[in-house]
Each structure stands twice: as C-alpha cells, then as structure tokens.
Design a protein around this ligand. Sequence first.
Ligand code: AP5
Length: 221
Amino acid sequence: MNLIFLGPPGAGKGTQAKILEERFGYRQISTGDILRRNVREGTPLGLEAKGYMDSGALVPDDLIIRMMDAEFEHAGDVILDGFPRTVPQAQALDELLRRKRRAAVAILFDVDMNVLTDRLTGRWTHAASGRTYHERFAPPKSAGIDDVTGEPLIQRDDDKEETIRKRLAVYEEQTAPLIAYYDNPADARLVTVDALAPIDAVTKQLIDVVSGDGFSEHAPA
Ligand code: AP5
C-alpha cells in the first residue's frame, strides 16, 4: 500500500516519512526535496521552479506531474510527501495508480495552524538527505550539525515568516480541497492522525495505520 501524506507546511510530513522509510522500508518521494535538489544543481526544472518556491507559490501542475510520472517507474511502496497538492495533481495520481495497478491511502496530518510558524522558523535541514531537526522540538546532537554525516545544517529559504504566511494561504486555497477529494466513504481512502502530538506519538499513530494494513516493522540490524 502506498501512502499519501497530506497536511499543511510544517505538519511533520517529512519528519514522519523519514522515520517510516527507515523502519518499514518505504521509499519517500518528497516533491519539495526533488525540486530543491534540481534548484541546487541548476537543472532546467530547477531554474523554472525556483521563482515559484521562493515566493511560496506552487510549481505548475504539468511540471510536477511529469516529474512524478518518472518517479513511479521504480518498484516498491512509496510515501508521497508533498504530492498531490492540487485537484489536477490528485486526478493525475489516480490515473498513474490505475495504470500501474497500485493502491494508496491518504493520511491527513491534522494540526492547529497556530503552531506551524514556530515549527518552520525553528527547522534546520540537512540539504543532501532532506533530514530535518528543530531547535526546540527535535534538536541535533550538536547545534547546526547533522547527526548522521556531521555536515552543516541549513535553514530553508522559504522558511521566512512572510513566505510561510503565503505557503499557508496557498495550502488553504489549493491543497485543503484534497481533504474532501480523499474523504470518500465508499473508498475509505482517508485516515486522520493527530499531528499536534509529539513526534514519537505521531509515529505511533502511523504505525497503527500501516500495521493494520499488514506491514511489519524491519528487524533491527
Ligand atoms: P515542501 O518541501 O513539500 O514543503 P511543505 O509542504 O511546505 O512542507 P514542509 O517540508 O515545510 O513541512 P513538513 O510537513 O514536511 O514538516 P517537517 O516534517 O519538516 O514544498 C516546498 C515548495 O516546493 C512548495 O512551497 C512549492 O513551491 C514546491 N512544491 C513541492 N511540492 C509541490 C507540488 N506537489 N506541487 C507544486 N509545488 C510543489 O516538520 C517541520 C518542523 O517541525 C521540523 O523542524 C520538525 O523537526 C518539527 N516537527 C515535526 N513534527 C513535529 C511534532 N509532532 N511536534 C513538534 N515539532 C515537530
């Protein structure tokens, strides 16, 4: 079963995707991470996407859908982190899943919008892996340094208060309608988790969801 992580910026989608990737062998597909890598490498996609991302707007659907088509060529269950973000993207994903004969469940990260600015302005990221920390809620062992590689952490360009406000408005307008899109009792495609809870409590809720689906946790190495 593939998982679609749905929720506003700062809800904890990336944090939980990394944990489930490690513990259950999912492959995280973060459209934000893929776009940021393209921006860093100066690819044509990155050059086109940068302006939208810096302003807090969404990158146009056609670019994103083409990018995701290529991602689905790989086998294995995925966590879609940051995709779909609009109804046309959700419709394209449905078509992609149908073609590949794959199924997905959408998980809504339900969170109070008032905590998001704090979460995002305090976030530190390891650019190469997309691993994230928080100054107060999930600090690295040494300030400013990635626990795994020892490399420096950065703050994202779009985690400034003004851009965060724009991203939250874009979420309400363009992405929140997907809650109704997936909340279809006939399909039972939407599961909600309380994302206001501490990180490990959110993980526990997600484990309940994926375990209920017959997944088993990886045995420790
Ligand atoms: P993207 O990278 O997807 O950003 P986002 O959706 O804005 O999500 P974030 O990464 O900000 O939040 P998150 O929910 O992953 O939070 P995290 O786990 O890091 O997109 C960036 C841009 O790319 C978009 O604005 C757009 O331009 C473009 N884009 C991407 N996808 C697109 C698409 N499909 N279509 C069009 N454009 C697209 O957590 C945040 C912080 O909180 C961390 O510091 C973490 O440690 C902390 N934290 C996490 N959980 C908790 C908790 N439970 N309690 C306390 N702290 C917590």
